[in-house]
Design a protein around this ligand. Structure first.
Ligand code: MGD
Ligand code: MGD
Ligand code: SF4
Ligand code: MO
Length: 695
């Protein structure tokens, strides 16, 4: 008899909310536990590279604090006292309460609330099937992509772009408003390839000298929310110096002459005063992208998390359009490929049962919703029950004081399905234990690339953990919700979805692990036209009609500039709040995930605020000192880090630490706002005015 190998290697996919969506190769030891996790070398975007936190995934999947059994609250709300119950008891109780609330207050008093803790399509979005079957309140998902996607689609009419692997074939990679070293390491991998193999320049644009700027040839640190001013001045120079591709502009854009006339007054001096950059820096950047036609603009989410974010994204996107960079391999702009997949999600989400009359509540305004804000409730009745999967709003949602008040309501029945006892789970009436990605089957897609990927179950879940699909289906049965999706396995759902979407079959995908679905070159580069009926790029978007969200315009959308321009709707500093705060991503955490793994905690140290040494001196603050940072929404305790790489007047908290890591349990989102930015809402996490005091 031959002995079985102790270690076997299996393909998988990183499920976390990250544009890289890496293809993985996972070591399974004795068929039971996970060893090393590596980036797949076969999938050419991942190209063998993954971040350190996922390479150490054994720490998270075999963590001693995993939730293992259903639990019922056994003490005051939020006390952390729970008693173990069986799955049947848990599901029966949830169903009984949801049905009673539905009978008394109407179905829309129940709010299934979710996000992208796993990006697997079945496990992430299956909750919507239950929602639609029961006509529970809908969720308008605004916490992450709304402003960035809107700004991009405003120009191109479609959320897609050139093959991201073309970064390696570019002569100038512009990494704009994304800290790729932290948030999507593969961008750096491909950009650095271009530098090594063809002498490409890397430009990085941010509001502090972060880890990505440290690797750039040209590092531009501008004032928060001033990216559109930079973009306008660069376009001014491009027109001025003959680097605008007039033939391309005439053929492919809506209003090039108006744009040129409008930019006359937006010169580098004008932009220098707004951005804080020097005229020389702006000229250097413009000359680079003007003379290197193969310039690849990799536009991130971060700079769109300002209240003018959609306008800034659109302005930055307009730069490669003026140079005609789209025409070249290695040129153009890329933000997300989410528009290329065109999934038929009817089965996953139960879209055939969706009633468009049911109210849609803004995810980012969960604090306002739960504390009875009439506008946030869309003038409807209160939310009486929450069913939460894949997200940790008590930590990650803005206006945290309101969120906490809401979760503390005695009359709110809260169910949280989680892998760990997060700060949201601590507020629940019933906590359910969830599988991790290597413990269930799912289908994935790349946002920052162009692959469809299969992530199959590799090991048995610990304890009594169940997948999102199992829980949604078991609840549906007890709640009388009918849909064939509830009786199918994830594999059957994925097979149907692939076939309906003309992407082959499950067997084919499993056999190949992934499928490259990048559109052809001409389509990806918009050479046969942009995504509008007249096929032209929009320098003058009709903002309320941009084909992204369907929630209708909101925020101060009527004041949006017609053409790319600096738009001053920021939460500007004032006499009482002399600083501007951004809550940029921490390298070893991913949103609130990995704040439970020992090595990530060790690497991050503790919640800090970076401030300029000059500002610190003026306030009498020393490095390592505890300080208080606040505004009208509340205040947060952080440790001061003095850093020359931030602009005076700007402070950075690399977040999101658990609330409990801060004195008084008040996390960073205590001081971020949930007002809806134009034109379709969103969350302006990096746009905050604050005061700073010694603790
Ligand atoms: N390690 C790690 N990886 C992550 C995450 C994480 O928290 N940690 N989060 C994941 C998620 S959910 C997402 S959506 C992506 C997001 O990834 P990114 O696209 O990188 O977006 P952000 O993380 O919001 O911010 C990126 C950068 O934008 C900068 N920024 C803020 N305001 C401005 C501005 O006005 N102008 C300019 N030019 N820059 C500005 C911030 O300082 C920050 O360095 O990353 C994912 N990956
Ligand atoms: N201050 C500040 N706040 C921010 C941001 C910021 O930049 N600054 N970024 C914002 C952004 S872009 C985002 S996307 C949000 C994201 O915030 P969250 O939605 O909270 O993000 P994650 O940490 O990715 O995932 C949340 C939870 O999902 C759970 N989970 C993972 N897989 C599964 C599963 O299969 N089943 C179940 N039931 N649970 C699972 C994880 O254990 C984790 O606790 O945060 C936002 N908040
Ligand atoms: S870079 Fe992003 S997708 Fe890749 S392994 Fe890390 S978290 Fe996952
Ligand atoms: Mo996000």
């Amino acid at each position: 008899m031959t002995e079985l190998p102790r270690i076997t290697h299996h393909p998988s996919v990183c499920p976390h909310d990250c544009p890289s969506a890496c293809s993985l190769e996972v070591e399974v030891i004795d068929g039971r536990s996970i060893g090393r996790v590596r980036g797949s070398k076969r999938q050419s975007y991942t190209d063998g590279v993954i971040c350190a936190k996922v390479a150490r995934y054994a720490e998270r999947i075999h963590h001693p604090d995993r939730l293992l059994h259903p639990m019922r609250r056994a003490g005051p709300r939020g006390s952390g006292q729970f008693e173990r119950i069986s799955w049947d008891e848990a599901l029966d109780e949830i169903a009984k309460r949801f049905l009673a609330i539905e009978a008394q207050h109407g179905a829309d008093a129940v709010w299934p609330y979710y996000y992208a803790g796993t990006m697997g399509l079945v496990m992430r979005d299956g909750i919507n099937r239950l929602r639609h079957a029961k006509r529970y309140s809908d969720q308008y998902s605004t916490i992450c992509t709304t402003m960035a996607w809107t700004g991009f689609i405003a120009g191109t009419g479609r959320l897609a772009g050139p093959d991201p692997r073309e970064m390696a074939k570019s002569d100038c990679v512009v990494i704009w408003g994304t800290n790729a070293v932290h948030t999507q390491v593969n961008v750096m991998h491909h950009a650095i390839k271009a530098r090594k193999t063809r002498g490409a320049k890397i430009v990085a644009i941010d509001i502090y000298h972060n880890a990505t700027l440290a690797q750039a040839d040209l590092a531009l640190v501008l004032r928060p929310g001033t990216d559109a001013a930079l973009a306008c001045a660069v376009m001014h120079v491009l027109f001025r110096d003959g680097h605008a591709d007039r033939a391309y502009l005439a053929a492919h854009t809506d209003a090039p002459d108006e744009l040129e006339a409008h930019l006359q007054s937006r010169n580098p001096e004008w932009a220098a005063a707004i951005t804080g950059l020097s005229v020389a820096q702006i000229e250097e950047f413009a000359a680079l992208v003007g003379t290197r036609k193969k310039s690849f603009f990799r536009l991130g989410y971060g700079f769109a998390r300002q209240r003018n974010g959609a306008v800034s994204m659109h302005a930055a996107l307009s730069v490669p359009t003026v140079t005609g960079a789209w025409q070249h391999e290695g040129g153009g702009a890329f933000h997300s490929n989410s528009g290329i997949y065109k999934w038929r999600k009817g089965l996953i989400e139960g879209l055939d049962l969706r009633d468009p009359k049911v109210r849609e509540l803004d995810q980012s305004q969960i604090g306002r919703v739960l504390t009875g804000d009439a506008q946030a409730l869309r003038q409807g009745g209160p939310v009486k029950a929450l069913f939460i999967q894949n997200t940790n709003p008590v930590s990650v949602a803005p206006e945290q004081e309101l969120v906490k008040q809401g979760f503390a309501r005695e009359d709110l029945f809260t169910v949280v399905h989680e892998q760990f006892m997060t700060e949201t789970a601590q507020m629940a009436d019933i906590v359910l234990p969830a599988t991790q990605f290597m413990e269930h089957d799912d289908l994935y897609q790349g946002g920052g690339h162009q692959h469809i990927m299969w992530g199959g179950k590799l090991v048995e879940p610990p304890g009594e953990c169940r997948s999102n699909h199992e829980v949604v289906s078991a609840l549906a049965l007890r709640l009388g919700a009918q849909h064939r999706g509830f009786t199918m396995t994830p594999r059957e759902i994925v097979d149907w979805t692939l076939r309906e979407s003309k992407r082959g079959t499950l067997d084919e995908l499993v056999a190949n692990d992934f499928l490259d679905v990048q559109p052809d070159f001409r389509t990806a580069h918009y050479l046969d036209g942009f995504g509008y009926p007249d096929r032209k790029f929009r320098f003058k978007p009709d903002w309320p009609k941009v084909p992204n969200a369907n929630a209708g315009p909101m925020g101060p959308w009527q004041q949006m500039p017609a053409l790319p321009d600096q738009w001053d709707v920021l939460e500007n500093a004032d006499a009482e709040h002399p600083f501007r705060l951004a809550t940029s991503p921490a390298r070893s955490f991913l949103n609130s995930t990995f704040t439970e793994t020992p090595s990530s905690l060790k690497k991050e140290g503790g919640p800090t605020l970076m401030l300029h040494p000059g500002d610190a001196a003026r306030l009498g603050i020393e490095a390592g000192e505890e300080i208080v940072v606040g505004n009208g929404r509340g205040s947060v305790y952080l440790t001061a880090v003095l850093f020359e790489g931030v602009v005076p007047g700007v402070v950075i908290a690399e977040s999101i630490w658990p609330n409990a890591a801060h004195r008084h349990g008040r996390g960073i989102n205590t001081i971020t706002g949930a007002d809806a930015p134009a034109p379709f809402g969103g969350a302006a996490f990096h746009d905050n005015k604050v005061w700073i005091r010694k603790a």
